[in-house]
Design a protein around this ligand. Structure first.
Ligand code: ADP
Ligand code: MG
Length: 681
């Protein structure tokens, strides 16, 4: 039995079905048996006809009480009806276009039917039920798995194929979790779990199966992460930064007063930095809450204690801007800050590399380029990652490995739930900046549908004439026939050549050359461009305090988190700022989402609403954290399993850090397989 054999060899799978399975992402026997149900229907407990309620799905056991008759309703529609009864009542069964069922039912024999009940004006019917004859349990009499998507396969057919696949496996899946862990945590074996996740006899079997499979998923992930962090597992050998270096020296030199929240967070960081514990801190704070200055002050502490500091940002525009902020504050203290991004001259880059190695640079501000192997520090002590959700886990750990026992701060405007935080950072401490600087004006947000074009354009004109600038954001770069949404190019045509001919209109999108993007952003920053039309590339970005209007086209196409991030590009200066959300569609969800954006500027409230309105979705998705998706485990609900897993994983990591022992070999293979191409142990 080969797990990677093609699905075509499974009983019941011909060429046509191979295609349909492929459409579901199922190519091999393994794909098939790990295509887990999304839900189950309990078709095990029969109900009495007199107890049935309108709208419910139910199982009944009943005898035919009429002949099977077929009514030609319309040209292509045959309605088939059969009355059945049990000792409590009679119900009418209805099928559509299934006249071939005619000879299936024999008077005096009992059948099981499972389907949706409808009860209207005294007539009780069951529509298109599945059924079994006496002693048959193909469709009823048990718990039936419901698969996430079956495309053009029916649930019944897919279920049968999976059953055949499991028969081929015949209990021969390899166990990867060491025997003693299975015993200690009362986990069932992999074969039992696989069978039971598809075909549980009852709820407790499902729970056992799920527990085991989620445990395995979380364990492999945790082991991988432990391995990435192995150098920092013994946490009490961190750098003790100098107690005599006072953050207040920088704080007092600033042109503004820090908020209470910023001060509290700095105290937390200061304490961590002075202690021998390796700091691993997540700094979360809404857009505009002032995270950068916290990083700058922490850098001061590190540098004045004799170490180098590095901060990594996701784009070169942002890195360039950070360099400016760092230099402004730190240069007066004799701290040397430098930039490292990909589009620098070779000569300049070599100079930076050289100086960094010699310790002639104190603070390095850069992009992913910092991760390159030839970037070597003399004495790195503190690493900060900005907009951390843009980086993978492994990138962060490469960064830390450039120093010895370095302290780490990751900054994000995207609130991370506790569970995900635990997985991503292990023993992570969280600091929150939960207040904005006092002088901020609320960004006025208006959600509008069609017919406001003229007014919006006049509004923009008025503000540009007063000296302000404007962002226009579109979901697409170019027009697309299949997607009914505005594109950057379409807006350029309209705005540049028709509506705003007297202003300078430019555009920017992700796939443009980096050099061009930087050029455009620079000119926008300098006020040379009045209107900037873009995709979401500006989501993470620069500070242009003079920009006071943002118009988002087809706002219904963006997640709330993205809308919030985008909106954070305006309202960064002294001017009253505006965000206009143009949307299409009238569904409740769209309207509610727009309302949330109108009503609040608070990122935490928005993220909660986002969760509420569309489930966990991709907002907190593991994907954007560089992790693969889980098939079974749920980061929000499996906290208990996660805690167990962390104990187990830490034990394994301490006893066998590189998974060399025989008992852990299969785990290691599984980890490399699951994360192949991404990260390897
Ligand atoms: P974010 O948290 O989104 O990264 P930034 O660090 O870019 O926010 O800060 C946004 C702006 O607010 C910057 O121009 C910064 O100088 C300014 N700022 C930060 N803290 C304060 C404060 N306490 N009072 C006034 N302005 C502040
Ligand atoms: Mg920022």
């Amino acid at each position: 039995m080969e797990l990677n054999q093609d699905v075509q060899y499974i009983k019941g799978v011909g060429p046509a079905k191979v295609k349909l399975l492929n459409n579901l992402g199922i190519y091999t026997l393994e794909d098939l048996i790990t295509y887990y149900p999304r839900d189950y229907e309990d078709r095990g407990k029969p109900r009495k006809i007199e107890d049935l309620q309108d709208g419910e799905e139910a199982l009944i056991k009943a005898f035919p009480a009429s002949r099977f008759h077929v009514i030609n309703a319309k040209r292509n529609m045959k309605i088939c009806k059969l009355l059945v009864r049990d000792e409590t009542g009679t119900i009418e069964i209805v099928w559509y276009n299934q006249a071939y069922l005619k000879d299936k039912f024999i008077g005096g024999k009992e059948y099981s039917f499972y389907g949706k009940v409808s009860k209207k004006t005294g007539i009780i019917t069951m529509n298109s039920p599945v059924f079994d004859s006496e002693n048959e349990t193909k469709n009823t009499g048990k718990i039936i798995p419901i698969y996430p998507s079956t495309y053009k396969l029916s649930q019944n057919v897919l279920r049968q194929i999976i059953e055949n696949g499991l028969k081929m496996i015949d209990g021969k899946l390899q166990e990867i979790i060491p025997e003693k862990i299975l015993r200690e945590y009362r986990l069932i074996g992999i074969n039992e779990a696989t069978n039971k996740i598809h075909f549980p006899k009852d709820f407790s079997e499902f729970k056992e199966a799920r527990q085991r499979l989620a445990f395995e998923e979380l364990l492999t992930m945790q082991l991988l992460l432990n391995n990435l962090k192995s150098k920092t597992i013994s946490a009490h050998n961190g750098i003790q930064f100098d107690k005599n270096v006072k953050m207040s020296d920088v704080i007092n030199s600033l042109p503004f007063r820090l908020t209470k929240a910023q001060l509290r967070v700095l105290e937390e960081i200061d304490r961590d930095m002075e202690s021998d514990k390796i700091m691993n801190r997540l700094l979360q704070g809404d857009v505009g809450s002032g995270k950068t200055i916290v990083a700058i002050i922490s850098a001061y502490k590190a540098v004045k204690s004799g170490y180098q500091m590095a901060i990594m940002a996701p784009t070169s525009i942002l890195a360039t801007q950070h360099l400016e902020s760092f230099t402004n504050v730190l240069e007066p203290f004799g701290i040397r800050c430098e930039l490292l991004i990909s589009n620098m001259t070779k000569k300049k880059k070599e100079e930076v590399i050289e100086k960094l190695k010699n310790g002639e640079i104190d603070v390095l501000v850069g992009t992913h380029s910092i991760l390159e192997e030839n970037i070597v520090f003399k004495n790195l002590g503190l690493v900060v990652t900005d907009e951390q959700h843009r980086f993978g886990v492994n990138q962060r750990s490469i960064m830390s490995s450039k120093g010895k026992n370095v302290d780490t701060i990751v900054m994000t405007a995207t609130p991370i739930p506790r569970t995900l935080g635990l997985i991503l950072y292990g023993d992570l401490d969280i600091s929150s900046i939960d207040e904005l600087p006092p002088d901020r004006k609320k960004i006025e947000t208006y959600a509008v549908t069609k017919g406001m074009e003229e007014r919006i354009n006049n509004f923009i004109k008025k503000h540009i004439k007063e000296g302000r600038q404007c962002y226009i954001v579109c979901p697409l770069v170019e027009e697309n026939e299949e997607i009914n949404a505005k594109s950057v190019m379409e807006m350029v045509e309209i705005y540049k050549n028709q509506v705003f001919t007297e202003f300078r209109v430019e555009y920017i999108y992700g796939k443009m050359k980096q050099k061009e993007k930087d050029q455009i952003m620079q000119e926008f920053k300098e006020g040379k461009i009045d209107i900037l039309i873009s995709t979401t590339v500006i989501e993470v970005g620069v500070n242009v305090p003079n920009a006071s209007i943002m118009v988002i086209q087809n706002a219904e196409r963006f997640g709330l988190a993205t809308l919030h991030q985008l909106r954070g590009r305006v309202g960064r200066g002294e001017y009253q700022s505006y965000c206009i959300l143009k949307y299409q569609g009238h569904t409740d969800t769209i309207i509610q989402r727009m309302k949330v954006m109108q009503d609040t500027n608070d990122g935490f409230v928005i993220s909660e609403k986002d969760l509420e309105l569309r489930g966990t979705g991709d907002f907190f998705g593991t994907k954007q954290h560089g992790l693969p998706e889980f098939k079974v485990a749920n980061l929000f609900e499996d906290m208990d399993i996660l805690k167990q897993v962390q104990i187990v994983a830490n034990e394994i990591s301490i006893n066998d850090p590189n998974l060399k022992k025989e008992e852990n070999q299969k785990l290691k293979t599984m980890i490399n397989k699951r994360f192949s191409g991404k990260i390897e142990i």
